[in-house]
Write a new protein. Structure first.
Length: 490
C-alpha cells in the first residue's frame, strides 16, 4: 500500500480550529501604562532589530521595560510576557484563551498538523493516541535500544582524532528516534534529513513575521528553497510509513505501529504529520542540547570531572550492562569533594551531575526558546489586560535568565541544581524547557533518558574538547556550524 498525501507547505489552516482574530495595528492601539515599550512610531526599525537576533532582542526588551512590555512588529501589536506567573497563566491556567502564534503557522508548512502545531479539537485527541508509547513502562525497552545505538555510534570515534559534534549528535538522535518510535533504520535518510532540516529550520524562523507569507509561492529563491525542503521532508516521512506498511513486521507497540493501527480514527496524512513532527522534535532538539552540553563541559573541566567520576561509579557501567530507566532518573551523591564542601549540603539532597548538567544547559540553551500565542478573547494575564488579537510572546530564553530566580544568570552553573530544594523553590513558569499545560512535550522523559545516557556513556569513554560555538537561534536553539571537537579516549 502506497500513500499519496497532500503536502503541508500549501495546505490551508484546518477549518476545525478556532478562527484567528484580526491583529491589532499600530494606528488603533492607544497604549497601556502596564505595558511599557518603545515608541510605536519606531516599529519599522524595531522589526529589523528583532529579525537580526530575536532572543537578544526579547531579552533587551525585558531588561529595559520589565516582565510585561509591548512593541510593534510589522506594525502589529506584540506583548512580551516574561514573568513566571505570565508563563503559567498562558500555558496552563488560561491556555484556552490562546492559539498558537507566529512561527507556528510557518512550522505548519513543514510539519503539517502534527502534535507540535495542531490546535483543538484535533490536538487533545492526537495527544491521547500518542501517549501509550511514552508511558514510563515502555522506557526500559527504549533505554536498551538507546544503549546499543550509542555504543555503536561512539565506538566509531575511537579511530578518529576529531569529530564534527553537531552532525554526530544529529545522526545519533535520529537513529534513536527511528529505531525506538518507527522501528526502522534511519541511515539511508540521515543526509537528506540534515540538509532539508537545515533549510526548513532557518526559513521557519526567518519568515515568521506576519505579511511574509505573501511570498510563499513566489519565484524568490529563498522561499522556493523553503518549499523544496519541506516537500523533501514530506517525501521522507511518507517513505518511512510506506516501508513500514510494506514490511512483514506487524509490531504495533511502537508509536508508528500504534498510529497505523488507528487508521480508522486518524488519516494517513495526520500520521505523516506526526512522523514529521517527531523527526524535528524527537531528534533535532535533543541533538542541539547535547551539542551545547558537551561544549559547556569542554569549557568547565572540573564539572566534566564530576560527570566522569559519576560514570566511573555507575553500577551498570561497571557491570557492563544496560541501565534501567530508574537508574538514569534517580538522584545520587556528587563525586567532587570540593563541590561537596562548597555546597555544604548533606548527601541526601544532592542530585547527580548528569541531571544538573542537563538542567543548566536547557536553562541557557533551551531547545525551544520562544512560545508565541495569539489571544482569541480579551483576558487578563498577571494583572495585565491582553486584548483579543494581540500577539503574545513567551520566551524560555528570557525567563530562564531572570536574576531573581537564577543568580548570575548568564553563567553556566550546574551546581545551582545540585540542591533538590532549588528546583522546588522556583515558582511555576520560571523554568519551562519542555513547555507547559496540555502543550508540554509528550516525549520529555524519553528525551531526558536519552540525553543522560549519552552524557554518561561519552563521559566514561571520551574527552571532547572544542571551541565554544556561537548560537544560531532559528526554530530551535542551534549551535552555529559543525562544532568541531578533538576526541581523546579515556
Amino acid at each position: 500500500m502506497t500513500i499519496q498525501a497532500n503536502k503541508p507547505y500549501s495546505a490551508p489552516r484546518p477549518v476545525e480550529y478556532a478562527p484567528i482574530p484580526d491583529p491589532i495595528f499600530r494606528k488603533s492601539w492607544f497604549g497601556d501604562e502596564n505595558l511599557p515599550g518603545p515608541n510605536p512610531i519606531l516599529s519599522d526599525f524595531i522589526t529589523a532589530t528583532f529579525m537580526v537576533n530575536t532572543p537578544k532582542f526579547l531579552l533587551k526588551m525585558q531588561r529595559r521595560y520589565g516582565d510585561h512590555c509591548s512593541f510593534f512588529l510589522s506594525r502589529r501589536l506584540f506583548i512580551g510576557l516574561f514573568s513566571p506567573i505570565g508563563v503559567h497563566e498562558v500555558t496552563v491556567a488560561q491556555q484556552h484563551n490562546f492559539v498558537k502564534g507566529v512561527g507556528f503557522a510557518r512550522m505548519r508548512k513543514v510539519l503539517g498538523e502534527g502534535l507540535l502545531t495542531n490546535e483543538e479539537p484535533i490536538h487533545l485527541a492526537h495527544r491521547r493516541m500518542m501517549q501509550p508509547p511514552f508511558h514510563h513502562g515502555n522506557l526500559d525497552s527504549y533505554v536498551a535500544i538507546m544503549h546499543n545505538l550509542i555504543n555503536e555510534h561512539t565506538n566509531n570515534w575511537r579511530s578518529k582524532s576529531s569529530i564534527d559534534l553537531a552532525p554526530e549528535m544529529m545522526a545519533l538522535t535520529l537513529e534513536i528516534v527511528s529505531r525506538c518510535l518507527f522501528g526502522l533504520d534511519s541511515h539511508q535518510y540521515t543526509d537528506a534529513i540534515a540538509e532539508s532540516m537545515e533549510v526548513a529550520i532557518d526559513r521557519i524562523e526567518r519568515t515568521m513575521l506576519p505579511g511574509l507569507e505573501r511570498f510563499d509561492k513566489s519565484a524568490i529563491k529563498y522561499f522556493k528553497e523553503f518549499e523544496i525542503a519541506s516537500d523533501r521532508l514530506v517525501d521522507i516521512a511518507e517513505a518511512i510509513i510506506n516501508k513500514r506498511l510494506e514490511s512483514k513486521d506487524n509490531t504495533d507497540d511502537d508509536l508508528l505501529g500504534i498510529l497505523l493501527q488507528m487508521r480508522d480514527q486518524i488519516s494517513v496524512d495526520h500520521i505523516r504529520d506526526e512522523v514529521l513532527t517527531l523527526i524535528l522534535s524527537g531528534h533535532e532538539t535533543t541533538a542541539n542540547v547535547m551539542s551545547w552540553a558537551f561544549s559547556y563541559l569542554s569549557k568547565n573541566p572540573k564539572i566534566r570531572k564530576d560527570l566522569e567520576d559519576e560514570a566511573d561509579r555507575a553500577d551498570w557501567i561497571k557491570e557492563n550492562r544496560t541501565p534501567t530507566y530508574q537508574e538514569l532518573e534517580q538522584s545520587s551523591p556528587i563525586a567532587s569533594a570540593v563541590l561537596q564542601e562548597t555546597m555544604r549540603l548533606a548527601p541526601p539532597v544532592w542530585v547527580a551531575p548528569r541531571i544538573a548538567v542537563l538542567q543548566e544547559t536547557m536553562r541557557l540553551a533551551p531547545p525551544v526558546w520562544v512560545a508565541p500565542r495569539i489571544a482569541t478573547v480579551d483576558c487578563v494575564i498577571d494583572g495585565v489586560k491582553i486584548p483579543k488579537g494581540a500577539h503574545v510572546l513567551l520566551s524560555q530564553y528570557v525567563t530562564h535568565r531572570n536574576p531573581r530566580y537564577f543568580p548570575n544568570p548568564e553563567e553556566w552553573k550546574p551546581e545551582r541544581w545540585h540542591n533538590l530544594e532549588f528546583e522546588k523553590s522556583l515558582p511555576r513558569g520560571a523554568y519551562f524547557p519542555f513547555g507547559g499545560g496540555s502543550r508540554k512535550c509528550l516525549g520529555e522523559y524519553f528525551a531526558l533518558a536519552e540525553a543522560r545516557l549519552i552524557l554518561l556513556m561519552v563521559a566514561k569513554n571520551f574527552k571532547l574538547d572544542g571551541s565554544f560555538p556561537k548560537a544560531q537561534p532559528r526554530a530551535t536553539y542551534r549551535p552555529k556550524g559543525t562544532v568541531k571537537n578533538k576526541v581523546t579516549t579515556r
